[in-house]
Design a protein around this ligand. Structure first.
Ligand SMILES: [Zn+2]
Ligand SMILES: [Zn+2]
Length: 140
C-alpha cells in the first residue's frame, strides 16, 4: 500500500506517458488503495461490477503496462500466484502462514549484501519472509 496518496491519478498516469483511460485509472486506484497485493483475478472481481466491459486480459495488459512504466511491481510470493503492488519503494513482504495476508515492511533491499558478481544483471530484488502475523499469534 502506498502511504502517500496521489490526488489525481489521471495526471499521474499522463506524467508517466500512459493514456489515462477510465479502466486504467480505476485499476491503478484499486491497487494503490489495496493492502492485499491483489492478483489479476482479485482486481477483475473487484471492478467488474463497476466496469461491465472489463476483461481479465485488459487487467493483465494494464498491469504489464504499469510494470513497464515502473509504477507497479510484480510480487511473486507463491510460485503459481502473481500479485501486484503499487508501492514501488524499497520494501519487503511478510506472508502469514495462517491467514495468508501479505504485509509490507521497510527493508534496505538496494544495499543488500550479496556475493553475486557484477556479470549478473538484476531486474528486481525481493525480500520475502513468512511466519505468523500478530493477529493470528494472538488467537493461538
Ligand atoms: Zn495471520
Ligand atoms: Zn508490497
Amino acid at each position: 500500500m502506498k502511504e502517500m496518496k496521489i490526488d489525481n491519478i489521471g495526471d499521474f498516469l499522463k506524467s508517466k506517458n500512459i493514456k489515462p483511460s477510465f479502466q486504467r485509472i480505476r485499476i491503478f486506484e484499486y491497487l494503490m488503495n489495496s493492502i492485499e497485493h491483489p492478483t489479476v483475478d482479485e482486481i477483475y472481481k473487484a471492478l467488474i461490477g463497476e466496469i461491465p466491459t472489463l476483461s481479465k486480459t485488459t487487467v493483465y495488459n494494464t498491469l504489464n503496462l504499469f510494470i513497464e512504466k515502473r509504477i507497479v511491481h510484480m510480487v511473486t510470493i507463491e510460485e503459481n500466484e502473481v500479485r501486484y503492488d503499487a508501492d514501488v519503494s524499497d520494501h519487503g513482504h511478510f506472508k502469514c502462514d495462517i491467514c495468508g495476508k501479505v504485509y509490507d515492511f521497510k527493508a534496505n533491499i538496494i544495499e543488500l549484501d550479496t556475493d553475486l558478481s557484477e556479470s549478473f544483471i538484476i531486474n528486481q530484488k525481493d525480500i520475502f519472509f513468512r511466519g505468523t502475523c500478530p493477529s493470528c499469534s494472538k488467537k493461538n
